[in-house]
Design a protein around this ligand. Structure first.
Ligand SMILES: [Zn+2]
Length: 267
């Protein structure tokens, strides 16, 4: 039964992934999510349901459009695979629970934010602002994944918890941004990252926000060094911070309470 449900959530996740791809493709261009229906970017031919089965259509068609044989971009495939694996993993980790739903929602949100930043070096206000409102609502009514809520005796404290986390994230990254502008005289990061840090604070709360930002920075630095060594990127080329912040936030949502116990244990 467990195995069947895990597979079901993997398929469900990859179907969500195919919607996330629509968001990633269209939101930065200011296009509607609903219209026009999915079509091949090369020949504009509308895609039929059998072309739109997540993950499998891509493999079946051997990465080419059925109608014009143009190669299909690879990212949608990886987003579908990634969301499928993520959903299956969250189910395996949290079981069928409120934490599962909340983590799956945030996972989807941060996939969209991270991939758009990777492709366009943009963190969109039209995603961050509504997401902040939803995060506040979740703070009040639902348990936080990576449950910091065990430390909160009253539910309304959830909103205080979230807002303080958001403020810490905002101030910390705004200061980092200012200092890095002084030192490097170029924009390594931007206000988009600062707003994203505030959103992460709303999601994780004050006890985990700095840890999450630090984890994102370390991941980013590691990947940056590797890309430099492999000569994939040049020294002056900035790599976007958003994807690493997204990964770090996911890790916190999954293992936040373990992380917290670990560093409270150190005190
Ligand atoms: Zn085509």
């Amino acid at each position: 039964m467990e195995v069947i449900l895990t597979v079901v959530f993997a398929l469900f996740g990859s179907a969500i992934g195919s919607f996330l791809n629509v968001c990633i493709d269209r939101l930065p261009l200011g296009k509607s999510l609903l219209y026009p229906p999915s079509h091949c970017d090369a020949c504009q031919h509308p895609l039929s349901p059998k072309d739109l089965i997540p993950v499998f259509s891509y493999l079946w068609l051997r990465c080419r459009c059925r109608y014009c044989q143009a190669p299909i971009p690879r990212r949608p495939f990886w987003v579908e695979v990634g969301s499928g694996l993520l959903f299956a993993f969250i189910y395996w980790h949290y079981g069928l629970s409120v934490e599962f739903a909340v983590t799956a929602f945030y996972g989807s949100l941060f996939i969209v934010l991270g991939v758009i930043d990777l492709e366009h070096k943009l963190i969109l206000n039209k995603i961050v602002y509504p997401a902040a409102v939803v995060a506040l609502i979740i703070d009040v009514f639902l348990p936080q994944p990576g449950s910091v809520d065990v430390y909160l005796p009253w539910p309304w404290l959830g909103i205080v918890n979230g807002v303080i986390g958001g403020a810490i994230g905002f101030v910390f990254l705004a200061l980092t941004y200012r200092v890095s502008l002084r030192i490097y005289k170029q924009e390594g990061m931007g206000w988009g990252d600062v707003k994203m840090a505030a959103l992460i604070g709303l999601v994780t709360g004050p006890l985990l926000v700095l840890f999450t930002l630090a984890m994102g920075a370390i991941l980013g630095a590691l990947v940056g060094v590797i890309l430099l060594l492999l000569k994939i990127k040049k020294r002056k080329e900035a790599i976007p911070f958003g994807p690493f912040l997204s990964l770090a936030t996911m890790a916190t949502l999954l293992w936040g309470s373990d992380i917290l116990n670990w560093y409270l244990g150190l005190l």
